[in-house]
Every structure is written in C-alpha cells, then in structure tokens.
Design a protein around this ligand. Structure first.
Ligand code: ADP
Length: 430
C-alpha cells in the first residue's frame, strides 16, 4: 500500500462519521484558531463523562510504557472500576497485540467511534486503523496530529471511572498536544528503565509535566532485575534503583519496580493480558501495587476536592491545612505520621468548612511533598521538619508552620486561625 492509499484509508475511517472536524488538522489560515477552539470543546465534551484521566508517559520508546498502561488498565478493571484504555502512541501502537485485539476494527455509530470491549475493558487504539504496525511511520506530522486529535474527540466512551491514555513517547509535539488537549487530567505515570540514559530522559518528562501543570502521580521503574523463569528469583542484571533515586531527587512519588519477566513478553506476544492470566505471580503483584495511588484518587476524591481549592486561573481561593497526626494529636514526627488531617478553611470568615483524614503513602524521602501538593494543601502545621522537605514545600508555594505543639487538631487549627498559635523550636521527634 502506498502512502496516499494508506492516508486515505485512515481519513476515510476518521471521516466515517461525516464530521467536518475530522479533517480539521489539515485546515490552515484564518479559521485555524476557531478550529482549535472547536477541537478543544469537542475533547472537553468527550472527557466530561470520565472521572479520572491518567496519562502514561515515557522519556523514550521501548521502556515498557504500553505494557504498563495496559496492565494498569486491566488491574483497575479487575478492581471493579469502569476503565477505558486509549492508545495514541502513533509510533508503536502495541495495545491491540498485547490484548489479542489485532483483528479488531473501528466501528462508527451515530457519527462517533465506539471502543472495542474486551473482558469489561473499553479499548481504542490508533493500531485499529493500521493495516500493519509500521504504517503510521510514513504519515506526515499534521496527519499524525489530526489522528491523535480525532481519537481524543470522537470516541464515545460512555461513563468511565478511569481513562488510561498511552501517550506517544518523549516530550515532542505529539505528547504535548495529547497533554494539552486533555484538560484536568489527574496526572501522569512516567515509565522508565533503570539505566542512566533512560533516567536522564525521565527528568525531561517530569519537567515537561511541570511546565504543563500536569501532576506527576509517580515514576515506575520497569525491567528492574530479571525474574528467573525456573525458580522465580530476581537477579539485578542492570544497575537498579536509578528510578527511585531520581524520583526522590525530583520530589515525585516512586510507584514501584517491575522486573524483566519472560512471562510478560510471552503474554504480550500471545495477546494475553498479563495481570489477568498471571495474577498470582510476584510481577503481577508489582503491577497491582502501582495502582494504589490511582485507586486512592477515587477513594479520597482528590480530583474533585483539589479542584474546589483552586479557581479557573489556578489561584488558591480556599485554604487547605494539613496537620500530621498520631493518636488524635499533632504528630511531632512529620515524615512517619500515621494520618494527616486536611482542613478546608473559608479565608474570609476563618471558619473550618470541611475536614477529612487521609493515610499518607509509605514513607520515602520526597514523597510526602508531592502527595500533599496533589491533595491541594497550601498550609502545613507541623512540629518539625527536615530542611529538604521545607524547601520542596517552599518551591511549590506551600506555607509551612513549624514548632507547633502536640495538641488536638481543633486546638492547633483554631489557634492558628485566631493568630494565637504558640510555636517553639523546629523539633523533629525521630
Ligand atoms: P514502549 O511502549 O515503551 O515502546 P512496550 O510496552 O511496547 O514499550 O514494550 C516493549 C517490549 O518489551 C514488549 O515486547 C514487551 O513485551 C516487553 N516488556 C515490557 N516490559 C517488560 C517486562 N517487565 N518484562 C519482560 N518484557 C517486557
């Protein structure tokens, strides 16, 4: 098939709904900004029915981004959530193969595309358009962008708890346009391998997310050690731990490591979703551990509550105070407290309007600052805190009050709001 024929086939599928916007990417001139507005509106309308949108990003290809995206989606689905998996990795749309959906084709009803369903998971992939895997490589830039936009605008997902988006790798125009078009995404999971070269790319991905104000849900280190297919023992064939160190240095959560497991490759090649068919293996458990913060998005209602703390311009309008707790009182050991009380305060009346308790993720240096940031916290009242954590909070505009006494939430918060809180030394009770 030549390039024109191939392009034509893709456009025919995309235009099957008869919508003019299907070919919007090709339009130029004065209508361009209006088109951009229509495109954004179309994506917003589509995404409106989806509670949580999670991007899966990587600094480069071949690190297992699609493998992680597919297995996260299946793990969430196995946890009873309504999940969609959108594969817009135009350079290597491998999701159809991994899920045994290579023969699936896009169907269109009422002018919109319908996802393919497999075991309760809704799947849409650019791969469904291609006759063979490499077809998209010969598409021109605007054509690729047009196809990506169509997939964000014109797939009818229905109501979903989660949409996992397998984005193109790197930090170029394609992932940029995906991240910019999907407004209010909950955040990104960044996949890396342990080698230094891959780690350097991930730093760029984290910076990319920061520029776009896209929260980093965490870093996954894939292909970390090798699982012996005979005895199950894990051997570190590359240097491991690079992903974790880098995540700590950059102040983002580390979600976990997944070893190289020949069963993962075999399952992918055979089109068998790994976590579904090999659920008892240590590798499947490693995938499951990674979804914990994603499930917490729904359990803690983080997205909704974070949004109420922020107005459209991103300016804080509600004060949200975090107090570390142990036995119902302010805990002097900030990094190891069992719970945080999060209090919403009306800034005008200085009245507490809401309170909830949250269990923080397991202690790792640098994890708490980004976790509290994700909760929309803008004030922390603590007994003591290390200088590294203090500077991370300061960088993110979170005010920290140190030297507060070990008193009940009510006493500490009321005294702070009245301006009568007596603070002492920065005491971290290790
Ligand atoms: P990317 O999306 O980053 O390009 P893929 O997810 O397509 O990467 O993975 C590339 C290849 O590596 C696939 O053949 C996949 O089966 C294999 N793979 C990914 N993760 C693992 C793992 N943990 N163990 C074994 N093979 C893996």
């Amino acid at each position: 098939m030549d390039q024109n024929e191939n392009t034509c086939q893709a456009k025919t599928a995309l235009c099957a709904g008869g919508k003019q916007s299907a070919c919007a990417a090709e339009k130029t001139g004065s209508g361009e900004s209006l088109n951009a507005l229509f495109e954004q509106k179309a994506v917003d309308d589509r995404m409106h029915q989806i509670r949580h949108k999670i991007m899966v990003l990587s600094g480069k290809g071949g690190v297992g981004k699609s493998t992680v995206a597919a297995n996260l989606a299946i793990s969430l689905s196995l946890a009873g959530k309504r999940v969609g998996l959108l594969d817009v990795d135009i350079h290597g749309p491998s999701i159809p193969k991994m899920l045994g959906l290579e023969d699936a084709r896009i169907s269109v009803r009422d002018e919109v595309m319908l996802p393919v369903e497999k075991a309760g998971l809704k799947v849409m992939s650019i791969g469904f358009l291609l006759q063979n895997r490499d077809d998209a490589i010969i598409w021109r830039g605007p054509m690729k962008m047009g196809v990506i936009k169509q997939f964000l605008q014109e797939v009818n997902w229905g109501e979903l708890d989660y949409l996992i988006i397998d984005s193109p790798p790197g930090t170029g125009d394609e992932p940029l346009s995906v991240c910019q078009l999907v407004k209010n995404a909950d955040g990104a999971v960044i996949v890396t391998t342990p080698q230094d070269v891959a780690i350097a790319d991930v730093r760029q991905s984290i910076t990319f997310c920061r520029h776009l104000s896209l929260p980093v849900l965490g870093v996954v280190e894939n292909m970390s050690g090798f699982v012996c297919p005979k005895c199950g023992e894990v051997t570190n064939i590359f240097k491991t731990g690079g992903g974790k160190r880098m995540a700590n240095e950059m102040g983002v959560p580390f979600l976990g490591s997944i070893p190289i497991d020949p069963a993962v490759g075999e399952a992918c090649d055979a089109g068998k979703p790994f976590v579904y068919h090999y659920s008892r293996t240590e590798t499947a458990k490693a995938f499951e551990r990674i979804i914990a913060p994603m499930l917490a998005l729904s359990e803690n209602g983080i997205t909704e509550q974070t949004q109420t703390a922020t107005n459209i311009e991103g300016e804080k309008k509600t004060m949200r105070i975090a107090i570390p707790l142990a036995d119902g009182k302010l805990c002097m050991h900030f990094g190891h407290c069992g719970q945080f009380a999060l209090l919403d305060v009306d800034e005008k009346t200085k009245k507490i309007t809401g309170q909830r308790m949250l269990t923080p993720p397991p202690h790792e240096p640098g994890v708490l600052p980004s976790w509290l940031l994700q909760q929309g916290v803008n004030v922390i009242i603590a007994g003591g805190m290390g200088s590294r954590a203090q500077s991370l909070f300061a960088e993110n505009g979170i005010k920290v009050i140190l030297g507060a006494p070990s008193e009940t939430i009510e006493k500490v918060a009321t005294a702070y709001l009245d301006g009568t809180l007596k603070t002492g030394d920065n005491v971290c009770d290790h």
